[in-house]
Structures are given as structure tokens and as C-alpha cells.
Design a protein around this ligand. Structure first.
Ligand SMILES: CC(=O)[C@@H](O)[C@H](O)COP(=O)(O)O
Ligand SMILES: NCC(=O)COP(=O)(O)O
Length: 237
């Protein structure tokens, strides 16, 4: 079974559009959990344009499922994660000005840096995952960073699938087989949706968890949050 972690960045985007507290992100996260979400993911960015550092602090003591905090491990992010102690931290090499995450780590070039931050998180009992492109060389070098898991960056799969190119899943299949052989856990995320998730999960073995936000919140506009989550859970079982 693959766990569904719901990324609530877009709930915060909606709230921030008016500056008030509607919708309340903690309440939304609790509803998501009650509807069957098996984890909550947030990706606080340095400009706090959606999830704020305060949101992260507010959410942490109230969540009943796995809390996953994603971000670039700059000093203030590291301090936040060490304070809040989520179940999992996912390291993403975001550029400050990127609209959204757009690349995985170069685990060869950043090996020593990643080793240091991962060691610190693991010393505090926080599971680590690192965001990587579906590239076997990056997966091999990920093992040397000491990370518990990798998160496969699924944008290229989503684009290929939307263009009816089923071969787009092949590098993910190879990387998942390799990661599993190496003893790494496997997460995946970015642009996964009700349309493309089933094929991905069928073709990519050993998938521990997917984190889904943008499409899921958009789909919930039509289907409602509860039914949307149920559909994902059915497709992932
Ligand atoms: C790490 C990743 O894949 C991103 O999809 C992400 O967490 C979404 O971030 P935004 O909501 O800021 O686009
Ligand atoms: N790690 C990926 C994530 O949390 C959600 O990405 P997206 O579904 O918003 O593209």
C-alpha cells in the first residue's frame, strides 16, 4: 500500500489571498485526516507565500497522522524542522525565485552538504527524504548521503502521461527498483493527479508514499475534499 500525504500549500494560498483566516489551514488539515489522508505535507518557502512558519508551528502539535515538512535546508528551515520535529523532512533544492519546485538534487555534487544536514535531522529522530530526478546516478549517490528515503520528482512523468506517452514512467520504474535494492525508501510527488496516479503506482514498485497538493485541491473544487481523498485512497490501494 502507498500512503497518501496531502500537501496543503494551496489551502494557505487561498487563505492568504484575503489576509484573514479563511480557510483555516489547521482545520483543513484535520478534516483531511478525518477523510482518510494518511499524512500532511507542507512546503514553507522563504517568502512564506503560502504556508507560513507560524502555520507549521500551529499544525505540529495537532496532527494525528505523519507530518512531512519540505524545503531547502537553509538555516531558518533547519531550525524550524528541529524545533517542530515532524515525522519526515524532505529536502528540496529550491531556488528562491522558483514558482514551484523544478529540479531534484545533484546528489553527487551536494553529497557532503546533504550528509551533514541529514545526519543532524536523523540525530533528532526525524526521517529524511531527498527530492531527486528519476536518474539512476542520482539515486546511487543518494545512498551515500545517509538519507532514509528519496522522493522521485514526478513532473516529467505527469507531462509525458498528459501527452499519452506511457514510456515516461520507465525511468521511475528503474530508479524505484534500484532504490529498493539499495535499501532506500521511496516517495514520489509533483503534479500527480487523479488522472495519472493509478498508472504511476501500478508501474513503480515499492512506493511508500505520494505527496499530492496542487491537483488534489483543484479536483476537490468539483468533487469535494472528502470524495477526492477517497478516490486517491482507492486508486493507491
Ligand atoms: C517538492 C515538490 O514537489 C513541490 O511540488 C511542492 O512541495 C509544491 O510546492 P508549491 O506548492 O510551492 O508549488
Ligand atoms: N512533494 C510534492 C508535493 O508535496 C505536492 O506537489 P504538487 O502535487 O503540489 O505538485
Amino acid at each position: 500500500m502507498t500512503k497518501l500525504s496531502v500537501n496543503i500549500n494551496k489551502i494557505a494560498t487561498l487563505r492568504n489571498a484575503r489576509g484573514g483566516d479563511i480557510p483555516n489551514v489547521v482545520e483543513a488539515a484535520q478534516k483531511i485526516e478525518s477523510f482518510g489522508g494518511q499524512g500532511i505535507t507542507v512546503h514553507p518557502r522563504p517568502d512564506e507565500r503560502h504556508i507560513t512558519y507560524k502555520d507549521v508551528r500551529d499544525l505540529a502539535p495537532l496532527l494525528k497522522t505523519e507530518f512531512n515538512i519540505e524545503g531547502n535546508p537553509i538555516a531558518k528551515f533547519i531550525n524550524l524542522v528541529l524545533e517542530v520535529k515532524p515525522a519526515q523532512v524532505t529536502l528540496v533544492p529550491d531556488a528562491e525565485d522558483a514558482i514551484t519546485s523544478n529540479a531534484g538534487w545533484d546528489t553527487v555534487k551536494n553529497k557532503e552538504f546533504l550528509q551533514d544536514v541529514i545526519k543532524e535531522f536523523k540525530q533528532h529522530g526525524i526521517r529524511t527524504s531527498i527530492f531527486v530526478d528519476p536518474d539512476e546516478e542520482m539515486v546511487k549517490a543518494a545512498l551515500e548521503t545517509g538519507t532514509d528515503r528519496i522522493e522521485l520528482y514526478t513532473e516529467s512523468y505527469a507531462v509525458a502521461y498528459a501527452n499519452s506517452d506511457k514510456k515516461g514512467v520507465e525511468p521511475y520504474n528503474r530508479c524505484a527498483e534500484l532504490a529498493h535494492t539499495l535499501g532506500l525508501g521511496i516517495n514520489a510527488g509533483h503534479d500527480l493527479s487523479l488522472d495519472n496516479i493509478h498508472y504511476f503506482q501500478k508501474k513503480v514498485p515499492h512506493l511508500d508514499e505520494v505527496s499530492i497538493g496542487h491537483a488534489l485541491i483543484a479536483e476537490a473544487l468539483y468533487l469535494g475534499l472528502e470524495d477526492t481523498i477517497k478516490k486517491y485512497r482507492d486508486l493507491l490501494n
